[in-house]
Design a protein. Structure first.
Length: 298
């Protein structure tokens, strides 16, 4: 394989377009997983969170690692370039092999899992391909201000992200689905501290690599989890938060009025009432018509 700059440009532009699409889709309505998933108690079309996060994030680690292994002769000089590729893989090693095994999240919708996995293949290829086959850095890149400041931001963002994910996890006992207001760490200042950390992390990576693919990925992250952070903030002040915080188990949650099967039953009853109304109106109309005909003939 060799470097095709036009391929990098095309894939980065598409990623930028996808970012704008995300922003327009999810600015008003949040993506439907976790606390924003109303169809939670329907078990069909869902995978346990642990399994889902593992499957979804694996390609982001595997694709660049495979590209790296298949590159012959290995070209990861200078040191800066090698480090940058390792940073990307390091984040996704954490996200694939550590995060899923500790998560206490809700089952994940298969449809979102499918698109998430596609995205991870796409982005893993773009970032890996660029760093392994195209990136050119001077031999003293490791001492460049962009590299050092970007690396520091990346590490800071990753630290915030991991710490905030840990704080969120500690809000629940195993099997619980309650929502509590996260406290401590950066949650004292930002309600979406885990998202804030991830955004800082990828902008740091973009500065350190000083590349179009990394900047578009950072922009994508901002457009994807920025609106979600905003919806999380609003959710925390809503009635639904209080309702969900009151239930302490799956069973209790699914028996809440308006949720799961009960919501389905309510819907069916409403549908029957509407049909009954429609039928009686039609009958009345027919009756009216036949009476009018009768009077006319008299
Ligand atoms: N780079 C990207 O484009 C991108 C995109 C998406 C996600 N991510 C990263 O992936 C990680 C997970 O994302 P996410 O969207 O699942 O984050 P999230 O909605 O904040 O949820 C994270 C975990 O914490 C639980 N949780 C959230 N709020 C809680 C509360 N108030 N009380 C108790 N538990 C709570 C969630 O449970 P429930 O599942 O039950 O809500 C879930 O298990 C984050 O670190 C994020 O930065 C990155």
């Amino acid at each position: 394989m060799q470097c095709f700059p036009s391929l990098v440009l095309a894939l980065s532009s598409l990623l930028g377009a996808l970012a704008l699409l995300q922003l327009s889709l999810y600015l008003r309505v949040p993506s439907r997983y976790g606390k924003h998933d109303e169809r939670l108690c329907r078990p069909r079309g869902r995978l346990p969170a642990r399994c889902a996060w593992f499957v979804q994030e694996l390609p982001s680690f595997l694709v660049p690692a495979l590209l790296l292994a298949l590159r012959s002769p290995p070209r990861l000089e200078p040191l800066g370039c090698r480090l940058l590729c390792c940073l990307f893989c390091w984040h996704y090693f954490y996200r694939t092999f550590i995060y899923p095994f500790f998560t206490r999240g809700r089952p994940f919708p298969l449809q979102l899992l499918f698109f998430g996995t596609l995205f991870c293949i796409y982005n893993g290829f773009l970032q890996g391909y660029y760093l392994i086959y195209c990136a050119e850095y001077p031999s003293d890149w490791c001492t460049d201000i962009r590299f050092t400041s970007g690396l520091l931001l990346f590490l800071l963002g990753m630290g915030i992200n991991i710490h905030s994910d840990l704080l969120l996890r500690q809000l629940r006992k195993p099997g619980e689905v309650t929502y509590k207001i996260p406290q401590g760490g950066l949650f004292t200042y930002v309600s979406g501290a885990n998202y804030f950390g991830e955004i800082v992390e990828w902008f740091g990576f973009a500065i350190a690599t000083w590349s179009l693919p990394a900047f578009t990925f950072a922009f994508f992250t901002l457009c994807c989890i920025g609106p979600r952070a905003y919806h999380h903030h609003r959710y925390q002040n809503s009635n639904c938060f209080l309702q969900c915080a009151a239930s302490c188990s799956w069973d209790a949650f699914c028996k809440m009025p308006g949720r799961g099967r009960e919501a389905g039953l309510e819907y069916k009853v409403k549908l029957k009432i509407i049909m009954l109304y429609t039928r009686s109106i039609l009958t009345c109309l027919q009756l009216g018509e036949s009476t009018a005909v009768h009077w006319k003939s008299c």
